[in-house]
Design a protein around this ligand. Structure first.
Ligand code: ADP
Ligand code: MG
Length: 698
């Protein structure tokens, strides 16, 4: 039996039904159907007595009998009401459809098993449209007591492809194929990792014999799914390490040492030191570095980036640093030129607004090797940018760039340069493992000393006046403040108006010449943005009114207050990024989240989380729980969206176990050539070919 056959092979699946199943659920082949897993189960092993029913009981099963049946007229047609009793009490069964037929066929005073959803109204329980079965027939059936529920759609239900019908299809299929289901894990795997055999797992996930087998079957299938994803990622990483030889940076040379001993403005944190060590280990070996550096806002990634670039320069290579926005590129440029001011290292910046003449100069000095460090935006990816010898490429804020950009950087030299990807958006570990499983990961999990936690509060729009008063007090102390407005593309016009209205009211409240205000938004010319930004950086203005363009990376240590307008419209990671703009100096800083009174429950959770914690990883976990992996940046290109049974949030412990199993396997048998691993290798190849786990398993 070939599982790749279309589902029309199954009894009862006509061409029309097959088309509908494909359209609605993406089920095309028998294999698709076999791996269409129930999303929950109805437990019919349990019976209730009527006196056990509670208002919050949802679906229940009761044994009893009908003692009375009556038709009650209503506006349109009539409803059928049965009085149903057991030894302990009475409930009502109600039908609105099929009244006539039911009235004739239901039996009075005969024991029934009823099953359905319970309603509670005016002191009585009732059950609309219950499933009814005579007790004597119920006893004859050997059907499984735990029943699977498959997700369905309205269109399918309308065409009478109900849960029961889908269950029938799968039953028919399982009967036909159960003896051809092969195991893809070796015997010792099943034993070591305590896994149900594949066939048992598939049978029990669809038609479980009992609760404990449901759990075991799910565990096995989740483990398998996650295991093969991890195996792909880890093997890819392993192959890259073997195939792609990196440039070897043998020397920790003069520039690095000179800077480290004479010009470092502060002591590195232990976390920064550890990460540098990890990077140095990579570049000193023959391996090609492909490393992700995670570090919360303000954790000090820039200095790590600079030192890493100096390593390249000391080995006669050039280095580049790419940022997602022009403002951020400028900040990096300013920070790095300042750090290097007493050293002889050439640094340039290239963005979309670099003038032609300057651009030409940069092209030339890049090509002849006199330019050592180039900082810029994605303009750096243009084909015209040719280096003499690029050895290190650093990409800041990875989640704004795609995998494609990473790949483009690779091609900027005949041998790919070492790549360091930096992100300030903490990614929950489970997600990082699945998204970046092919990268090595370093984490700066320690903030520079002396930082005070940013005091965060949630206030309503009506508190605005007292907030303005607070801002004035802070400004009087010499501090600077940010006031940020949302800018979401779909409603750009409205947002722009909000920003301008807000700006006008702030101008009224904070009049010149006592107060100076900068404004930065997406509709401004880059040169104007830079001008305004710089006024704020230099302290010439005390208030920065902005849309989220300042979200990433901007560093003004004197700023002590971040006010977020319409905070309910921001996502958690954005809010976290924004808050990271303050608390960069030694002074106490504040983050004020303003919202309207009307808040969705998700928005409430977001704001509450921000008030309660400043740990970026915790915030990321909440974000993942709220939005699911599908809506987080970067997941679109990866396989994590196509998971059929595992859930990255709920099944994180299985993920760790599966990943460890894959690591152990590759240590024992790097190329999966041992005969005992033949079945794993076969599945691995199949997935590789089809780029999806369940796509062709038979
Ligand atoms: P991010 O990781 O968000 O890019 P930055 O590199 O911009 O953080 O660093 C934030 C601030 O902390 C900068 O002003 C930087 O000079 C300072 N900083 C970084 N590392 C240290 C350290 N080890 N000790 C003290 N200050 C540091
Ligand atoms: Mg940064």
């Amino acid at each position: 039996m070939n599982l790749q056959q279309p589902i029309t092979y199954i009894k009862g699946v006509s061409l029309a039904r097959a088309e509908l199943l494909y359209k609605e659920l993406g089920i095309k082949t028998c294999s698709d159907l076999l791996h269409f897993f129930p999303f929950r189960y109805i437990d019919k092993t349990q019976f209730y007595t009527i006196n056990q029913l509670r208002q919050n009981s949802s679906e229940v099963q009761i044994i009893g009998k009908i003692i009375n049946l009556k038709t009650v007229p209503q506006k349109r047609g009539s409803r059928l009401v049965a009085t149903f009793i057991d030894k302990t009490g009475t409930i009502e069964l109600v039908w609105f459809r099929g009244v006539k037929w039911l009235k004739e066929s239901l039996k009075i005073n005969e024991p029934y098993v009823v099953y359905g959803k319970l309603n509670f109204y005016a002191g009585t329980f009732s059950m609309p449209h219950p499933e009814m079965e005579l007790l004597k027939e119920h006893k004859l059936k050997i059907q499984s007591a735990i029943q699977p529920v498959y997700s369905s759609t309205e269109k399918l239900t309308n065409k009478n492809i109900t849960n029961r019908v889908i269950r029938g299809f799968i039953e028919d299929l399982l009967v036909k194929v159960k003896d051809t289901i092969t195991e893809n894990f070796p015997e010792y795997f099943l034993k070591n990792y305590n896994l149900l055999a594949k066939k048992e797992a598939l049978l029990n996930v669809h038609f479980p014999k009992n609760q404990s087998l449901v759990a075991k079957a799910q565990y096995r299938l989740k483990f398998e799914e996650l295991f093969f994803i991890q195996l792909q990622l880890l093997r890819k990483k392993q192959l890259q390490k073997i195939k792609i030889k990196g440039f070897v940076f043998e020397n920790v040379g003069e520039t690095f040492t000179n800077f480290y001993t004479n010009h470092l403005p502060f002591k590195l944190t232990n976390a920064q030191k550890r990460v540098l060590k990890e990077i140095r280990k990579d570049v000193a070996s023959h391996a090609h570095m492909n490393r992700l550096l995670q570090g919360d806002v303000g954790s000090g990634k820039t200095i790590v980036a600079l030192l890493t670039m100096l390593l390249a320069i000391d080995n006669n290579f050039q280095a580049t640093l790419m940022a997602p926005t022009e403002i951020l590129a400028i900040q990096h440029y300013n920070a790095i030129t300042e750090l290097l001011q007493n050293m002889d290292v050439s640094v340039e910046i290239l963005t979309g607004s670099t003038k032609t003449k300057k651009r030409k100069e940069i092209h030339e000095s890049l090509a002849d090797g006199t330019l050592k460090i180039l900082i810029g935006t994605h303009a750096l990816l243009e084909d015209k940018i040719q280096y003499k010898n690029l050895g290190m490429a650093i990409i800041d804020e990875q989640h704004r760039f795609g995998v494609a950009q990473r790949a483009k950087m690779w091609r900027k030299n005949t041998i790919p340069p070492h790549i360091l990807v930096m992100t300030a958006t903490p990614i929950p570990r489970t997600l990082a493992m699945s998204l970046y499983g092919d990268l090595d990961i370093s984490v700066i999990d320690e903030l520079p000393p002396g930082r005070k936690e940013v005091k965060t509060v949630h206030r309503y729009d009506s508190n605005r006046l007292s907030i303005f008063k607070f801002l004035k007090e802070e400004i009087a102390k010499g501090r600077q403040v940010y006031i940020v407005y949302p800018l979401i593309e779909e409603s750009e016009v409205m947002d722009y108006k909000d920003l301008m209205d807000g700006y006008a009211s702030i101008e009224r409240e904070f009049p010149k010449p006592t107060y100076q205000i900068s404004i930065v938004h997406g509709k401004m010319k880059p040169a104007d943005k830079e001008f305004e930004m710089n006024r704020f950086v230099k302290g010439e203005t005390q208030i920065m009114v902005a849309t989220t363009v300042i979200e990433v990376g901007v560093n003004v240590p004197n700023a002590s207050v971040m006010v977020v307008e319409s905070a309910e419209r921001f996502g958690l990671s954005q809010l976290h990024q924004l808050r990271g703009r303050v608390g960069r100096g030694a002074k106490q800083s504040y983050c004020i989240l303003l919202s309207s009174f009307k808040l969705s429950s998700e928005a409430k959770t977001r704001l509450k989380t921000m008030v309660e914690t400043s740990d970026g990883f915790k915030i990321a976990e909440v974000d993942l729980k709220l939005r699911g992996p599908g809506n987080l940046m970067g997941t679109q290109q990866s396989g994590v969206l196509n998971l059929k049974i595992a859930d990255l949030v709920k099944d994180s412990s299985i993920l760790y176990q599966a990943r460890n199993a894959a690591i152990t396997l590759l240590q024992n048998d790097p190329d999966l050539s041992k005969p005992v691993h033949a079945s794993i290798l076969k599945t691995y190849h199949r997935i590789e070919k089809n780029s999806g786990f369940w796509s062709e398993i038979s």
